[in-house]
Design a protein around this ligand. Structure first.
Ligand SMILES: C[S@@+](CC[C@H](N)C(=O)[O-])C[C@H]1O[C@@H](n2cnc3c(N)ncnc32)[C@H](O)[C@@H]1O
Length: 515
């Protein structure tokens, strides 16, 4: 099988090498050009995220009307075809889930299902019920990193608890092996994103998982349904390492480094991370996470040379004292708390107006290129779009463009998707020329990241063509997909709410055991 894999990769201009720091690496043995597909793979196992359980087909990952499996009530399909295609695997899963004792039913979370499916798929491949190929076999899963030695005792206890849940669903599973697999899944599973880079679910792609991370990657991971595709973002000469980004790169070097260490158990030494102590890197961090100059006409970056010193604008020399900021921060916290209260009791108008006030205060505090401000505006755009307030959403969307251009430079899917959204909003606002400019920019970026053949791109090409010909039906309200915050493209951890549910279950079980 190893030889088969080698020749599979060779045919695609690739090879696997090993590096003492990174482990396995994916290398090119031919050159690739921007937009070229480097490698693609169907998932070994995959499940939708909890919030999409009943809006995404559990087999083809289409976001559409789905029907529940009437036997287990856990799995949903868009058609009889999808149900049939999944049946070999789901048959065992279905039998296990429908006989599951009631007290265990609430723990059938996506991460647990992923493990259950991993077990079943391996069993079925061992029994030759499901065929194996060079790129679809459990050996590839076995070769993935698990970082068991760097897992803390608390986390390991949680993995064993999860393994216990899996064992209640599949009594023939092995506790230790499942706990180790959970760690493996944590380090290698990726978020499956839709074309607008919205996370729909998670999948394990053992071949794709050989690709290492860089904060300045030469490639990008995108999805066509559940098919994972790695595309070149630039010219990649032969004998180069293929890299993708595991995280949202819109953050300072220190933030990126701690996220990579915490979530992926390594220290990044990419060209951007190597600059960690340099002045340029500090300035960049201060723009992304720092304060606005007290002269609101000045866009200088503020730096402080000690913990209790004022911040000094590097452009005009004005100082910003921390005392003033404390007051403003207190006001902002209170607005945010009130907005959350309003959201919790569905007082949406009130929540929106509080969030707008909060954003205004944030403008006084944050540098115009701040990612915090950008994220707050993304949240507002989403809320305004949910209320079909296209004009107000456009105002905020325009403000985010320079920040997106800075934090997602070059061919970045998030930038392309943002140009697309802003272009659609400009069209709805009657700004034809601006819309065409933005849709053209979207095409330029997304053609490289997504390729030209996917339905999403065909739709964009058609919209641009219609806009250029002045067709009034180019974009309508139904084209406005509700925006959520894009998540990084690679690797998942258990979500906070999943962890809370499981930790709670663990506490209950332990108190039960001791009484
Ligand atoms: C999805 S795997 C990538 C393939 C991995 N190198 C292997 O041998 O299977 C992720 C793991 O690879 C390693 N890794 C990825 N990118 C790295 C980098 N830039 N520097 C050091 N280690 C890295 C880390 O151990 C990380 O947890």
């Amino acid at each position: 099988m190893e030889e088969e894999l080698k020749s599979y990769l060779q045919e695609r201009g690739l090879k696997v090498t090993t590096d003492p720091m990174k482990g396995r690496c994916l290398f090119t043995i031919k050159e690739f050009h921007p937009g070229d597909v480097i490698i693609s793979q169907e998932p070994y196992v995959f499940v939708p995220h909890r919030e999409f359980t009943n809006s995404v087909c559990h087999f083809c990952f289409a976001v559409t009307e789905v029907k529940m499996c009437s036997a287990c009530h856990y799995v949903w399909y868009c058609s009889r075809e999808c149900q049939k295609l999944d049946w070999k695997l789901h048959r065992l899963e279905c039998r296990a889930l429908k006989t599951l004792e009631k007290q265990w039913q609430i723990y059938v979370l996506p991460t647990i299902r992923l493990n259950v499916r991993l077990y079943i798929r391996r069993k079925l491949q061992n029994e030759k019920v499901i065929p194996t190929t060079a790129v679809d076999n459990f050996n590839l899963v076995e070769a993935l990193v698990a970082h068991l030695s760097s897992i803390g005792a608390d986390r390991m206890a949680l993995f064993y608890h999860m393994a216990n849940i899996v064992n209640n669903i599949l009594p023939w599973s092995d506790l230790q092996e499942t706990a180790e697999n959970i760690s493996k899944l944590e380090h290698n599973t990726v978020n499956i994103l839709d074309s607008e880079m919205e996370p729909l679910g998670m999948g394990l792609y053992p071949l794709i998982a050989i690709t290492n991370h860089s904060c300045v990657p030469n490639s990008v991971l995108v999805f066509e349904g559940k098919l994972a595709v790695i595309r070149a973002l630039q010219h990649i000469p032969r004998d180069s390492e293929v890299s993708i980004s595991y995280i949202d790169t819109a953050s300072s070097t220190m933030t990126r480094q701690s996220e990579l260490q915490e979530r992926h158990s390594f220290t990044c030494t990419c060209p951007l991370c190597c600059k960690v102590d340099e002045f340029d890197d500090m300035e960049e961090g201060a723009a992304l996470h720092g304060y606005h100059c007290m002269d609101y006409g000045c866009n200088g970056i503020l730096l402080s040379n000690s913990a209790d010193a004022d911040f000094i604008c590097q452009q005009c020399g004005r100082a910003r004292t921390k005392k003033v900021d404390k007051k403003l921060l207190k006001k902002m916290k209170s607005k945010l708390a009130k907005a959350r209260d309003a959201m919790a009791s569905n007082r949406n108008e009130e929540a929106l107006s509080l969030l707008m006030m909060h954003e205004k205060m944030q403008r006084q505090l944050c540098h115009p290129l701040s990612v915090l401000l950008m994220q707050a505006r993304d949240g507002l755009i989403m809320r305004l779009m949910q209320q079909d307030d296209w004009l107000e959403a456009l105002e905020y969307c325009r403000l985010t463009i320079p920040v997106y251009e800075r934090v997602y430079p070059g061919f970045h899917p998030s930038l392309g998707v943002r140009y697309y959204l802003c272009g659609k909003l400009e069209w709805l606002a009657g700004e034809r020329e601006k819309a065409i400019t933005l849709l053209t920019k979207a095409v330029d970026v997304l053609r490289v990241t997504h390729g030209s053949d996917v339905p999403f791109m065909k739709d964009l090409f058609m919209k641009l063509e219609k806009a250029e010909s002045g067709d009034p039906s180019t974009i309508s309200a139904s084209d406005m997909v509700k925006l959520r915050r894009p998540l990084p493209g690679a690797s998942i951890k258990l979500s906070v709410s999943e962890l809370a549910t499981l930790a709670n279950a663990l506490a209950i079980e332990m108190s039960g055991a001791s009484s």
